[in-house]
Design a protein around this ligand. Structure first.
Ligand code: COA
Length: 259
C-alpha cells in the first residue's frame, strides 16, 4: 500500500518503515500517525514480514517531534484526544508480536523520542540527538514519554531531561541505556538488519512471548512471574518447541515456522 508520509520496503522479511517528511524533519502530523497505525496493523497480518525497522528520511532527523504547526488552538479536550490517539498508536508498536527496532538517524525529539522508545530497542547513528523539549512549549510529553523514559533510564535522569528539555547525544544515550549501539550513519541500517536477522533465526512464537513477558513487567497489577510460567507452558505446546529441541539433539540448525 502506498502512503503519503511513510515509505515501506520489505527487505527479505524486514519491513523498513521510513517516516518521510524530511523538509519538516519528519515531524509527526495526524496523517503520518494514522499511516503508522495502518502500517502496524498491516505488518502484523502480513506473513512475509518477520520484523521491522523504524527510521527517518534524510540524514538530519529520525523524527523531530509531533508537528507543532497543528498545536495552536488546542484545548483540554482536543489535547487529551491527540495524546491518547498517539499513545494508542505507539502501544501497537510496543505490543507488536514481531520485533520492531528504531534506527535513530538524527534528531529524535518529543514524539520522535517517544516513537523510538516505543520500539523494542534502539540503535543510533553518531549524529543522533534525543530529548523531550515539550516544556519549552508549555507542554509535557503526551505519547508516553514521561513513562517510557523512566523505564529506560531511571527516574532521576528522566526527571532532569524532562524538566531541562536538554538534548543528549548518541554516546550519552548509549551510557544511559536509551540505545543499545551507536554506529556511523552508513552502518546504522546494516547493523540493525544484522541484529534482526539473528533474531529472525529464532522461534517467532518464542520471540513474541518474550515481547509479551517483558512488557508485562511494566504493567501495574500484573504478576509477570506468573505470566512467564504460563507463557513458558504455552511454548511447550508449539511445533517450534519440538523443532528447536529436536534440532539441538540432532546437532542441526532449527527450522522454525512460528507455529
Ligand atoms: N513540528 C513542525 N515542524 C517542525 C518540527 C516540529 N516538531 N521540527 C522541525 N520542524 C520544521 C521547521 O519548522 C522547519 O520548517 P520550515 O523550513 O518550513 O520553516 C523545518 O522543519 C526545519 O527545521 P529547522 O528548525 O529549520 O531546523 P534546525 O536545524 O534549525 O533545527 C531542531 C532543528 C530539531 C532543533 C528544530 O527544528 C526544533 O527545535 N524542532 C522542534 C523540536 C520540538 O520541540 N519537538 C517536540 C514537539 S512536541
Amino acid at each position: 500500500m502506498a502512503y503519503q508520509n511513510v515509505l515501506t520496503e520489505n527487505r527479505e522479511g524486514i519491513l523498513i518503515i521510513t517516516i518521510n517528511r524530511p523538509d519538516k524533519l519528519n515531524a509527526l502530523n495526524g496523517q503520518t500517525l494514522s499511516e503508522i497505525q495502518d502500517v502496524m496493523h498491516d505488518l502484523v497480518k502480513d506473513d512475509s514480514v518477520k520484523a521491522a525497522i523504524i527510521t527517518g528520511s534524510g540524514n538530519k532527523a529520525f523524527v523531530a517531534g509531533a508537528d507543532i504547526s497543528g498545536f495552536q488552538g488546542m484545548d483540554k479536550t482536543s489535547g487529551s484526544k491527540l495524546a491518547s490517539v498517539g499513545q494508542n498508536i505507539l502501544f501497537l508498536i510496543e505490543n507488536c508480536p514481531k520485533p520492531i527496532v528504531a534506527a535513530v538517524n538524527g534528531f529524535a525529539l518529543g514524539g520522535g523520542c517517544e516513537l523510538a522508545m516505543a520500539c523494542h530497542f534502539r540503535l543510533a547513528s553518531e549524529n543522533a540527538k534525543f530529548g523531550q523539549p515539550e516544556v519549552n512549549l508549555g507542554l509535557i510529553p503526551g505519547y508516553g514519554g514521561t513513562q517510557r523514559l523512566i523505564q529506560l533510564i531511571g527516574k532521576g535522569k528522566a526527571m532532569e531531561l524532562l524538566m531541562t528539555a536538554d538534548m543528549i547525544g548518541a554516546q550519552e544515550a548509549l551510557q544511559l541505556g536509551l540505545v543499545n549501539y551507536v554506529t556511523s550513519s552508513d552502518d546504522l541500517l546494516p547493523k540493525t538488519i544484522e541484529l534482526l536477522k539473528k533474531i529472525m533465526g529464532k522461534s517467532p512464537f518464542a520471540i513474541s512471548r518474550v515481547i509479551d513477558c517483558v512488557n508485562k513487567y511494566f504493567e501495574p497489577g500484573n504478576d509477570g512471574f506468573r505470566f512467564e510460567y504460563e507463557e513458558f507452558g504455552a511454548c511447550c505446546e508449539t511445533e517450534d518447541f519440538k523443532e528447536g529441541t529436536a534440532a539441538f539433539l540432532e546437532k542441526r540448525k532449527a527450522n522454525f515456522t512460528g507455529k
